[in-house]
Ligand binder design. Structure first.
Ligand SMILES: [Zn+2]
Length: 292
């Protein structure tokens, strides 16, 4: 899928009662926010993620709902607190009166990261792992999938086999795992859990849909394990400062991605520390690492 002409400001029904509103073709260009999914019929609907807090995605969602016949909006579900997913939630809540629901662990993060600038961003209720909603004949199962964010939710639609993965699995990139909210060990467990669902297709938060979900998730798991092995190999080879480990692991990295790569390496080192496989010697300027 090319970046030309994105977003297309055109949604489509991808399964009975499931409407996909792609906002960006790539995780690296989330200009208007992450993709939006609307589930329902002319009578009632829910919106999953809302794009960023900008006029264009909000108008796109409102226009799409109008095209569906203005169903009563029962809820606004959020995969997690990041602004590209939750930014438009306050506007949509103000427009429709629909309650905002997310996992309990995201509530304080929404308040601290967005609450001050987005005063209408009030969470009205929470969704625990396994929570079920039925809207217009479509079942929506919330799956707690921490790793990218502590209260990240995926949503599984058993009738169609669609899995909405938010930022856990992306269509054309590997998700970021940045401390303190990101946690690599949790991410791996969440990915392994996804494999147990009878998925027919993944609709990610960014990038194109994934037609072979199990292979895609297995591929992400393999990539993560490879990165971990590369960090261990870098330590083995004597690279002990974080910046040196980043250079050893991510060869030929574009300068603007160095900071992000540094956070990924920190996530891997935290996981390995907890497993007793590496130890930190020194802090701050003197931060160094070695194999345990
Ligand atoms: Zn995110």
């Amino acid at each position: 899928m090319s970046a030309e002409g994105w977003p297309r400001w055109r949604g489509e029904q991808v399964a009975p009662g499931v409407h996909w509103l792609p906002l960006a073709d790539s995780a690296w260009r989330p200009r208007f926010g992450a993709h939006v999914t609307i589930i329902g019929t002319v009578q009632e609907a829910v919106v999953i993620d809302t794009g960023d807090d900008l006029d264009a995605p909000s108008a796109f969602i409102a226009g799409y709902l109008a095209g569906m016949g203005n169903p009563r909006l029962r809820a606004i579900l959020l995969t997690h607190h990041h602004r590209d997913h939750s930014g438009g939630a306050a506007r949509l809540r103000a427009l429709t009166g629909a309650p905002i629901l997310c996992h309990p662990l995201e509530v304080p993060l929404l308040a601290s990261e967005g609450g001050a600038e987005r005063p209408g961003l009030t969470v009205d209720g929470t969704l625990e792992d396994g929570a079920l909603l039925r809207v217009g004949g479509v079942t929506i199962q919330a799956i707690h999938t921490p790793g990218h964010s502590p209260g990240h939710l995926c949503f599984f639609l058993p009738e169609s086999g669609l899995m909405l993965t938010g930022d856990l699995v992306l269509g054309d990139a590997t998700t970021s795992v940045s401390p303190p909210h990101g946690e690599m060990a949790a991410l791996l467990t969440s990915l392994e859990r996804l494999l147990q669902f009878p998925m027919a297709r993944i609709l990610p938060g960014h990038g194109p849909p994934l037609a072979d979900p199990h292979a895609a998730v297995a591929g992400v798991l393999a990539h993560r394990r490879e990165r971990e092995a590369q960090v261990l190999a870098a330590l083995q080879a004597g690279f002990d400062r974080p910046a040196a480990i980043v250079t050893a692991v991510y060869q030929g990295l574009a300068p603007d991605l160095v900071e992000l790569a540094g956070r990924q390496v920190q996530s891997i080192l935290r996981k390995l520390t907890r497993e007793g496989r590496v130890v930190a010697i020194g802090e701050g300027e003197e931060e160094r690492w070695q194999l345990a």
